[in-house]
Design a protein around this ligand. Structure first.
Ligand code: HEC
Ligand code: HEC
Ligand code: HEC
Ligand code: HEC
Ligand code: HEC
Length: 369
C-alpha cells in the first residue's frame, strides 16, 4: 500500500518533470527517466565533444586563424544543438552537451544527395527511436529506420570540406567493406545490446530489458583497440643477421585503422635488445598524411578540417587488410636477443598529457636464441 503510494508520488514527480521537457531538452532531464542510457552516454566521447580541452583549444585556434565563421563549422558536429537553434555563443546548457540525446532522437530523415550528408532535425515533443512498440506518456515516440542503420552516424562521420578534401571518410570506408555490404552497421560494433532498463522501472515497467550501449566506445577504449588489431611476431637468424617480421591485421574494425581525423595514427614500435649490449628501435606508422593547397603538411585538427586540400599518402589498414612488416638487425648468429613489438594509438599532437596523446595496447615479445 505504502509502496504503491510512494511509486505513485514518484511517477507524478517524474511526469511533472516531463511537462518541463524543454525543446530541445538537456540530457539531464532525459536521464531522469532513461537513467542507464544517460550513465552510458555520460561516459562517451559524444558527451564531452564540447567540453574536451583538446577541442576547446582547437576551436580557439580555428577562430584566431579563420574568424567567426570557422566556429560554426566546428560546432556543426561538436555542438549540433547549438547550431540547430542558433545558439553559437552557447548560452543554453544543452548546447554545451556536445552530441546530446535530443539531437540524435530528433533526427527525422537523413539525405545523402549533397556534397555532405544532411540530417533533418525537428525538435518537438516527439522522439524518434528504433522501436515500433515504445509508448510513453512523457513524450511522443516515432519509429525511425535511420536509428537502426549507419545513416544515424553519417552526418558527422563523413565530411568533405570547402577545399574538396574528404576529411572524414569513416562511413564510406565502412560502406565499401564487407561489413557495409553484409549489413553490420556502426551500431553492431559500437552500440552493443546489453542488459538494462530502457526506462526507470518506477516510471514504466517496460517489457524491454535490453538497451543499446550509449557509451559508444571507439579509439579511447583499449578493449576496442584490442578487437581491431591482431598481430604475429616472428624472428630468426639468417645470413648473420636477425630477421624480424610482424604480420598486422585489421581484423575487427569495420573501417580503416585509424579512421576519422587525419591526425590519428597507429604506430608499431619494434625494439630489439641483443645480449651483447646493442639496442635497436624502428617503427612503422599507419596514417593519412594531408596537405593544404600550397603543399604544406597539416599537423593540427582545425587546419585539417578547414584547409586540408589533398591526401599526400595513406598507409592505413583497410578492413581485413593484412600487412607484413620486415625488419633486419645486425645481430650475429649466436648472440641471443629479445624482440618486442608494441602497438600505440596516437590521438593528437595538441594533447597536453601523455595519456591524451597516445595509448599503448597490444604487445608481443620473443627471445631469439
Ligand atoms: C518522464 C519520463 C521520461 C523522460 C523525462 C524522457 N522519457 Fe523517453 N521514454 C519514456 C518512456 C516511459 C518511454 C517508453 C519506453 C517503452 O515503451 O519501452 C520512452 C521512450 C523513449 C524513446 C523511444 C525508444 C525507442 O525504442 O524507439 C526515445 C527515443 C526516448 N524516450 C528519448 C527521450 C529523450 C531524448 C528524452 C529527453 C529529451 C526523453 N526520452 C525523456 C520516459 C521518459
Ligand atoms: C566490425 C566492427 C565495426 C564496425 C561495423 C564499425 N566500427 Fe568503428 N571502430 C571499431 C573498432 C574495433 C574501433 C577501434 C579501433 C580504431 O579506433 O580504429 C573503432 C573506432 C571507431 C572510431 C574512432 C576513431 C577515432 O578517430 O577516434 C570512430 C569515430 C568509429 N569507429 C565510427 C564508426 C562508424 C561511424 C561506423 C559505421 C559507419 C563504424 N565505426 C563501424 C569497430 C567497428
Ligand atoms: C549519437 C546519437 C545518439 C545519442 C547522443 C543518444 N542516442 Fe539514444 N539511440 C541512438 C541510436 C542510433 C539508437 C538505436 C540503436 C539501435 O537500435 O541499433 C538509440 C536508442 C535509444 C533508445 C531506445 C532503447 C535502446 O537502447 O535501444 C532510447 C530510449 C534512447 N536511445 C535514449 C537516449 C537518451 C536518453 C540519450 C541521452 C542520455 C541518448 N539516447 C543519446 C542514438 C543516440
Ligand atoms: C552530431 C554529430 C555526431 C553524430 C550524429 C554521431 N557522432 Fe560520433 N562523434 C562525433 C564527434 C564530434 C566525436 C568526437 C568527440 C571528441 O572526441 O571531441 C565523435 C566520436 C565518436 C567515436 C569515438 C569514440 C572514442 O573512443 O573516441 C565513435 C566510436 C563514434 N563517434 C561513433 C558514432 C556512432 C556509431 C554514431 C551513430 C550511432 C555516431 N557516432 C553519431 C559526432 C557525432
Ligand atoms: C563533420 C563533422 C565534424 C566537423 C565539421 C568538425 N569535427 Fe572535429 N571531430 C569530428 C569527429 C567525428 C571526431 C572524432 C572521431 C574521428 O576522428 O572520427 C572529431 C575529433 C576532433 C578532435 C580530436 C578530439 C579528441 O578527443 O581527440 C579535435 C581537436 C577536433 N575534432 C576539432 C575540430 C575543429 C577545431 C573543427 C572546426 C574547424 C572540427 N573539429 C570540425 C567531427 C567533426
Amino acid at each position: 500500500m505504502l509502496k504503491s503510494a510512494i511509486l505513485t508520488i514518484f511517477a507524478l514527480a517524474l511526469s511533472a518533470q516531463a511537462m518541463d521537457l524543454q525543446i530541445p531538452s538537456s540530457a539531464e532531464i532525459c536521464g531522469d527517466c532513461h537513467r542507464e542510457i544517460f550513465a552510458g552516454w555520460k561516459r562517451s566521447a559524444h558527451a564531452s565533444a564540447m567540453e574536451s580541452r583538446l577541442f576547446q583549444d582547437a576551436l580557439k585556434m580555428a577562430e584566431l586563424d579563420f574568424g567567426a565563421s570557422a566556429r560554426k563549422t566546428c560546432l556543426g558536429c561538436h555542438s549540433p544543438v547549438g547550431v540547430q537553434i542558433g545558439d553559437l555563443t552557447l548560452i543554453k546548457k544543452v548546447s554545451w552537451e556536445g552530441v546530446t540525446c535530443d539531437y540524435c532522437h530528433s533526427i527525422r530523415e537523413v539525405t545523402t544527395t549533397g556534397t555532405n550528408p544532411h540530417a533533418r532535425v525537428e525538435f518537438s515533443m516527439v522522439k524518434s527511436g528504433p522501436s515500433k512498440e515504445a509508448a510513453s506518456t512523457a513524450h511522443g515516440t516515432v519509429y525511425s529506420a535511420v536509428h537502426t542503420s549507419s545513416l544515424a552516424c553519417i552526418s558527422c562521420h563523413e565530411y568533405t570540406n570547402s577545399q574538396g578534401l574528404a576529411v572524414l571518410t569513416t562511413y564510406s570506408e565502412w560502406q565499401q567493406s564487407h561489413y557495409g555490404k553484409e549489413s553490420g552497421g556502426c551500431q553492431s560494433c559500437h552500440m552493443a545490446r546489453v542488459q538494462g532498463n530502457v526506462v526507470d522501472p518506477r516510471v514504466k515497467a517496460s517489457s524491454r530489458l535490453q538497451l543499446n550501449l550509449h557509451e559508444i566506445p571507439g579509439s579511447h577504449s583499449v578493449t576496442q583497440l584490442n578487437k581491431a588489431i591482431r598481430a604475429q611476431l616472428n624472428a630468426t637468424h639468417q645470413g648473420g643477421q636477425l630477421k624480424v617480421s610482424v604480420q598486422v591485421v585489421n581484423q575487427g574494425a569495420g573501417h580503416s585503422v585509424p579512421t576519422g581525423s587525419p591526425l590519428r595514427q597507429l604506430i608499431l614500435e619494434l625494439r630489439t635488445a641483443a645480449y651483447n649490449g646493442k639496442e635497436y628501435r624502428e617503427e612503422r606508422v599507419y596514417r593519412r598524411t594531408v596537405a593544404d593547397a600550397s603543399g604544406t603538411i597539416i599537423n593540427r585538427e582545425h587546419l585539417a578540417f578547414l584547409k586540408g586540400a589533398r591526401v599526400v599518402s595513406d598507409t592505413r589498414l583497410a578492413p581485413n587488410q593484412v600487412r607484413t612488416e620486415n625488419f633486419t638487425f645486425p645481430v650475429p648468429q649466436g648472440v641471443m636477443s629479445r624482440v618486442d613489438a608494441s602497438f600505440y594509438y596516437y590521438y593528437s599532437p595538441m594533447a597536453s598529457t601523455a595519456a591524451e596523446q597516445k595509448a599503448k595496447f597490444l604487445s608481443l615479445s620473443r627471445i631469439v636464441p
